[in-house]
Design a protein around this ligand. Structure first.
Ligand SMILES: Cc1ncc(COP(=O)(O)O)c(C=O)c1O
Length: 394
């Protein structure tokens, strides 16, 4: 559990950029799918899957943050109001410009930035760490971006992107070590749309006698832009629980919460949870993570793959970052022969009971088909198969 939790310190959520998002051709809210078989498995009332496996033609949620943040950046440069300038107007104003967007990304962020650049008629250069799976690189190239493979991990790519940025190649990073850097904060603002969509569904369900708010929201954490948005949306009261999930070898948020300040963990081990393989929480996200999250949990690849199989059973083909949240909750709540008592103690610690509603953020679809096939082939759907695996909490 997070000893630094202080709900009164969490800032209000921003106004949602829904209007801009709805002005983008083809933009649709993504589904919040009920998963009754998971609710039964975990002994809770309802499980809802926020399905970001296909958002605006891309297999992850990241386009929602990229669109709003790039829009704000360019409107600021052009000295026009981001709220009053539509996406189409911005594109017209940029016609003929030689501007480019530049970022470091293991895949989904880069693909989202490349996509936003393509729609705006701008160049995009995406730096990827050397361990990035080939299908992810291919997908970024398919958006028309130039991809440069950097030797080293994600943090090295981030540093390299900062060196290459300039007046014509605008750095658009969703994380920063400088707390006052506005761009990553704008990315988080963009993600507010996800939570506004969840609110709409819960409001509709409350009219029918269901819960008005989820009791537990489970968020995969990389550099923390999405988690910061979740913290601002859900973390301002002491009701409900926010749980962050990270890979064992890249549990930077959990280490930072334990230390009481931002720390870096090496994050040198490749993992199929590529989007979460980030050793340092973003300085712009850190205050919201520190104040707004109730708990963090670190998992191994096998547990994320187990989560992918659970999701597949629930009808969603998803990647390892999405599998991580299902796998983590299954590890905490599945009352099997080995973990019966521990599981109910965990449920209590998370504030859950038989009527609770749980929301899992499924942040990506099948971004690495080879790994997805391997995960689907990889085991039985019983809790015991992972009984020996350590689930670190903090
Ligand atoms: C699929 C997926 N889920 C979750 C995350 C984590 O997002 P953040 O870096 O904002 O914490 C990422 C980041 O790349 C991602 O690609």
């Amino acid at each position: 559990m997070n000893p630094l939790r202080d709900h009164r310190a969490v800032p209000e959520p921003p106004r949602t950029p829904l209007a801009l998002h709805h002005g983008v051709p083809g933009f649709q809210p993504t589904a919040l799918r009920p998963a009754p078989e998971l609710a039964a498995r975990w002994g809770v009332g309802e499980v809802w899957l926020k399905d970001e496996t296909a958002r605006l033609g891309l297999p992850s949620f990241k386009i929602v943050g990229a669109l709003w943040a790039v829009h704000r950046l360019l409107c600021t440069r052009l000295r026009v109001s981001p709220e009053r300038t539509s996406y189409a107007e911005l594109r017209q104003r940029l016609a003929g410009s030689d501007l480019g967007l530049l970022t470091a990304s293991a895949g989904n962020w880069g693909r989202a930035v490349a996509s936003a650049a393509r729609w705006l008629g701008l160049r995009a250069t995406i730096l990827v760490p050397e361990a990035t799976a080939e299908p992810r690189i291919h997908a970024v190239r398919a958006e028309g971006a130039e991809v440069r493979v950097v030797s080293g991990n994600f943090d090295v790519s981030v540093a390299r992107a900062a060196e290459l940025a300039g007046e014509r190649d605008l750095l658009v990073a969703d994380a920063s070590e400088h707390p006052d850097d506005p761009f990553p904060g704008w990315v988080s603002e963009g993600y507010e749309t996800l939570f506004a969509e969840i609110d709409e569904k819960f409001a509709a369900s409350a009219e029918g006698g269901g819960d008005a708010e989820p009791d537990l929201v489970v968020v995969p954490v990389g550099a923390g832009a999405l988690a910061a948005a979740a913290a601002r949306h859900y973390g301002r009261t002491d009701s409900g629980t926010l749980l962050g999930v990270e890979p064992h070898e890249a549990a930077g948020a959990m280490a930072s919460v334990r230390a009481g300040h931002i720390v870096t963990v090496p994050a040198l081990t490749p993992t199929p949870m590529a989007g979460l393989n980030c050793g340092t929480p973003s300085a712009t996200a850190w205050p919201a993570l520190r104040d707004g999250f109730d708990a963090f949990c670190a998992i191994g690849d096998a547990r994320a793959e187990h989560g992918m199989r659970l999701l597949d059973r629930a009808g969603v083909a998803a990647g390892a970052c999405a599998g991580s949240v299902a796998g983590a909750v299954d590890g905490l709540l599945r009352p099997d022969a080995c973990a019966g008592e521990a599981a109910s103690a965990e449920a209590e610690r998370l504030g859950l009971h038989g009527g609770s509603s749980v929301v899992l953020l499924l942040t990506e679809g099948v971004t690495d088909p080879e790994h997805h096939a391997k995960a689907m082939a990889g085991g039985r759907l019983v809790g015991e198969e992972l009984a020996g695996e350590e689930l670190a909490g903090g």
